[in-house]
Design a binder for this molecule. Structure first.
Ligand SMILES: CC(C)(COP(=O)(O)OP(=O)(O)OC[C@H]1O[C@@H](n2cnc3c(N)ncnc32)[C@H](O)[C@@H]1OP(=O)(O)O)[C@@H](O)C(=O)NCCC(=O)NCCS
Length: 203
């Protein structure tokens, strides 16, 4: 007769799995998405990723707005704005690639990733030109990012076969006027917009 096997002290004892284990949901493993875009560096060595804006950037765009000074906001939007309306934020992240390009500089060293700079163009097909805007948040300024974004926008306009890139800049906005002068932009008087100048680059 085959002897009965005593499993009671064995490592192999057939103990049923605990109910919490039997019915446990599969563990959610957080898969962190690899940063997308081109790795670029500030003059002082900080890393950012340059890529096109996406609808999923809505929250980061809104957070960035809350970090801007009233002066930055006025210089970027050419008027004061206490908050960024949701409809406008939606519009800014959902671009029409046929007529718009928007590059963002994403800081992936923080979670969630933060948007440190944005440069965009809006194409006027009839005039074969594009209007630009650019913004770099204060703690990241004077690091070459504004120039980088502007250069990429100029390249994009050339790729599109446009003949001119232009924008309105407040006359008091010396950083932007300096930056654009370095890139070869010239100033035009804009009498219809007092306190502003139109700057443009023929491509
Ligand atoms: C204007 C702005 C985009 C500049 O961005 P930035 O990342 O600081 O610019 P950069 O570091 O690339 O500077 C490039 C050049 O611009 C000029 N410049 C930038 N900031 C300057 C400042 N505070 N004073 C004088 N010149 C300045 C310099 O010529 C500089 O070259 P340098 O650093 O080799 O001297 C940024 O200050 C900003 O977002 N301002 C608020 C929004 C705005 O004004 N947008 C423009 C209208 S759409």
């Amino acid at each position: 007769m085959t002897p009965a096997i005593d499993y009671s002290n064995s490592r192999h004892a057939l103990v049923p799995a605990r109910s919490t284990e039997r019915f446990a949901r599969p563990r959610l493993v957080e898969v962190s998405k690899a940063p997308q875009g081109e790795l670029v560096h500030t003059h002082d060595g900080r890393a950012l990723y340059l890529r096109g804006i996406e609808p999923g950037d809505l929250a980061a765009l809104k957070r960035q707005f809350t970090r801007l000074s009233p002066e930055d906001i006025r210089r970027r939007f050419l008027h004061c704005m206490g908050e960024l309306p949701d409809s406008m934020a939606q519009r800014l992240v959902n671009i029409d690639p046929a007529r718009e390009t928007a590059f963002v500089l994403m800081d992936e060293t923080v979670k969630p990733a933060e948007m440190r700079g944005v440069g965009r163009i809006f194409v006027d097909e009839a005039a074969n030109s594009a209007e630009f805007s650019v913004l770099v948040e204060h703690d990241w300024a004077r690091q070459g990012l504004g120039a980088l974004l502007m250069q990429r926008l100029v390249d994009d306009c050339r790729r599109r076969g446009l003949s001119e890139i232009w924008g309105y800049v407040l006359l008091e906005n010396r950083p932007m006027l300096h930056l654009c002068k370095d890139l070869g932009f010239v100033r035009r008087l804009s009498p219809e917009e007092p306190g502003t100048t139109q700057i443009s680059l023929q491509l």
